[in-house]
Design a protein. Sequence first.
Length: 320
Amino acid sequence: MRQAGRYMAEYRAMRERWGFLELCKNPQAAAEVTLQPVERLGVDAAILFADILLVLEPLGVGLEFTKGGGPHIRRPVRSAADVARLPAVAVDDAVGFVFETVGGVRKALADRVPLIGFAGAPFTLASYLIEGGASREFLLTKRFMRAERPAWHALLGRLAEISAAYLNGQIAAGAQAVQLFDSWVGTLSPADYREFVLPHSRSVITRLTPEVPVIHFGVGTSTLLPSMKEAGGDVIGLDWRVELGSTWERLGHDVAVQGNLDPAVLLSGPRDIRRAAQAILDGAAGRPGHIFNLGHGVHQETPVENVKALVDIVHELSSR
């Protein structure tokens, strides 16, 4: 998860030359960033360097990434009229640079490891559009969800079409698996998820190119996992707030799981990292279908040698 980032000196050096959006829109540079963790860490797959919000820029909402402040929407969506004004988006034209990056990465990898693409799920994209950026309580989103029900479903329907087209474009360009990120959906109750989110997440997944593995991931979703499985995905991502073995048992072993080391463990030392990795592997119990991963992204403060140590430890323990 989030393989490239500010914890890597190579990435920080590139960010000194380019702003975030500039880097995403430069296929050669974005391909280089995608490849950095593969070369430095020895991971088993490459994760595309892009961003879930790139598909929002052509909606004319004023997407920008402020230095140190994350994404910001200058013209947020706050009414049914705002939803109606959103223009149609030709995804191939709007984010063609991402698909070019995918092609460049696949060529450079020469099938050493597979490439994973990704997109934002409709709820998470909508929350950025409505809140205007990141949020802790998502009160504007929850108000809109209930007060503007028809507009909410119209908005998420549009976003589902966009996300599916974005993922299918990555697949056509060479991505061998894709991940649907619902980063903020953990703010909802199970009942709200089923009414306001599940149909739209399912709509994305059912539109995707057949036979391409789909990972479905959210943060803080322990109460939502059965419904997320119902929405779809070959793999359900688990964050560190759940125990992997019992959660997988609850979901059923007919679905694979990804996870779920707490990223903060990587701020400790090799002994603690090994102990935590072993506990997760013990929970998986050697069953096929476990993708070892973090429960979310690498913290900026993480020593890169600790990330490399984790990869080596997992390879060692898994080979036994």
